[in-house]
Ligand binder design. Structure first.
Ligand SMILES: Nc1ncnc2c1ncn2[C@@H]1O[C@H](COP(=O)(O)OP(=O)(O)OP(=O)(O)O)[C@@H](O)[C@H]1O
Length: 481
């Protein structure tokens, strides 16, 4: 197999050399350049498996490169090398599609972990546009219905409201609608509406101008601008506070946004997909969600059925999860014994596919000899199981999956919500190693959530406003077993 190749864009010779040596030791070929112009030329010549770019370059910015890669070479994971102390730039880069950032001075252990994760990500992305398609597993009639509807919805530009219980795959479906449609070249921006503090929401969605409020040190684009030409996925849309609902409605209607402190409206071209596990129609009745906004976003509804309505998909889903988990271990994928498979088929899965992933991940850790038995699954019995938190299902419409075929949905995923760090007090000065301080804060928050949930990663991820995948990425990055 030919060696994987990384592109390093930095005008500092020392950094180029450091990365060349470190990546070389990881068996990667390295191409180095010192400017945006050269980087563009190299990117046009060949495919890279990974890219590192400095933020400030003599003829432009690393941000340009991140955006270019997100647009044209989206299978190449790109990490931003940020100047010491510049978290804001890192967040901007993450929003633009960078998968991570590296602070100078570069910590070699962190760098190595980052490279490993990036290469995995790249492989996942490269497994094809069909990656998404093949990722949405299930041949049950209801899932065939979901796929057929996704195909139709991908060709339309209408807002789609994706309903369904927690963990059924709503985000996955939203991504597929984006990727199979004409906006696939644009950015898919997932936003977990429940994870953004209310006071930051307006700035996060619409951006702000320098000096418009304390702390607005520079102009900043919002999520709408980031999704321009692509898709904005409003996950947990029911969590939007009423004042934001009004503002969002206006933007959807006017197709333009005005950043906080800005004078001019900016035209935006964004397709809105939204999702929640709550019963939005019921929230409208209760006056907790604006009816006018509900009608705007719920132009078409796509319901993703719970896993218990498609139990025949469980073996294939389980097989895929075990294959994925097996790639990290030495003994290859674990296998389910017949008693374990039977138990999975009988179980109701209130947490749906996410719970199945969680159960199998734990079972792989517990089982002996790579063979999973029923005792390794530790499934809750009907009596000890908490009552289903699931709301009554909203009514279905003609696009609905159960009737015909069809439907399914972060800051998150590629753009995780950054941890909310306490503002450094002036008298405290700044940490002398920002990356380590950020990692420490992240580690503390994650450990707290894991302990509070007795190491139930699914529940911990939910508490942290992350997807399970994001949490896993962070656990791996921070070396938490
Ligand atoms: N049909 C499927 N095939 C393969 N993986 C799936 C499928 N459905 C869901 N998953 C996996 O299950 C996990 C949960 O999916 P996802 O995050 O899309 O659910 P969700 O409905 O958006 O959850 P929430 O309501 O909590 O945000 C993810 O890891 C996703 O990849």
């Amino acid at each position: 197999m030919s060696k994987q190749t990384a592109l390093v864009i930095d005008d500092e010779r020392d950094i180029r050399e450091l990365l060349t040596i470190t990546l070389g030791r990881m068996n990667l070929d390295v191409v180095t350049v010192g400017s945006v112009g050269e980087a563009k030329a190299r990117l046009g010549e060949r495919k890279f498996d990974l890219c590192f770019t400095d933020m400030r370059l003599p003829d432009g910015s690393g941000q340009e490169i991140v955006e270019l890669i997100a647009r044209q070479y989206s299978e190449t994971p790109v990490a931003m090398i940020t100047a010491y102390g510049n978290v804001d730039a890192a967040v901007v880069a993450l929003k633009a599609g960078a998968f991570d950032f590296v602070s100078k001075p570069v910590d070699l252990a962190m760098l190595r972990r980052l490279v490993q994760t990036a290469l995995k990500l790249g492989e996942e992305r490269r497994s094809g546009t069909n990656a998404t398609e093949s990722k949405l597993i299930g041949d049950s009639p209801v899932m065939q219905g979901v796929r057929a509807t996704i195909g139709k919805l991908a060709r339309s530009q209408a807002p789609v409201y994706i309903s369904g219980e927690s963990g059924v795959g709503k985000e996955l479906v939203a991504r597929q609608i984006h990727e199979l449609g004409p906006r696939a070249g644009g950015t898919f921006v997932p936003v977990n509406c429940g994870a953004i503090p209310s006071e930051l929401m307006e700035s996060e969605f619409f951006g702000h101008k320098k000096g418009s409020f304390t702390g607005a040190h520079s102009d900043k684009d919002g999520l709408f601008q980031a999704a321009h030409g692509g898709t904005l996925f409003l996950d947990e849309v029911a969590e939007l506070p009423l004042h934001m609902q009004v503002k969002l409605l206006r933007v959807i209607q006017e197709k333009s946004v005005r950043p906080i402190g800005g004078r001019a409206e900016m035209a935006i071209d964004v397709r809105i997909l939204s999702a929640t596990h709550k019963n939005l129609a019921r929230l409208v009745e209760l006056g907790q969600f604006r009816q006018d906004l509900f009608y705007r976003i719920n132009v078409i509804e796509l319901r993703v059925p719970p896993l218990r309505e498609r139990k025949e998909d469980i073996p294939k889903l389980a097989g895929r999860v075990l294959d994925r988990l097996g790639q990290h271990g030495g003994d290859g994928p674990a296998k389910l014994r017949p008693d374990a498979l039977k138990a999975l088929l009988q179980y109701e899965f209130p947490g749906n596919v996410r719970e199945l992933e969680n159960v199998l991940e734990r079972a792989v850790a517990l089982c002996e000899g790579n063979s999973i038995g029923v005792e390794d699954l530790r499934l809750a019995s009907a009596t000890e199981r908490p009552p289903s938190p699931l709301p009554p299902q909203p009514p279905q419409d003609t696009w609905n999956a159960a009737a015909a075929p069809a439907r399914n949905a972060g800051w998150n995923e590629a753009r995780p919500a950054p941890p909310h760090l306490p503002e450094p007090r002036e008298d405290e000065g700044f940490p002398n190693d920002l990356a380590a301080a950020v990692a420490e804060t992240e580690r503390a928050a994650i450990m707290k959530a894991l302990e509070a949930t007795r190491w139930n990663r699914t529940a911990a991820a939910r508490q942290l406003g992350l997807t399970l995948r994001q949490l896993r990425y962070r656990l791996e990055k921070l070396g938490i077993e």
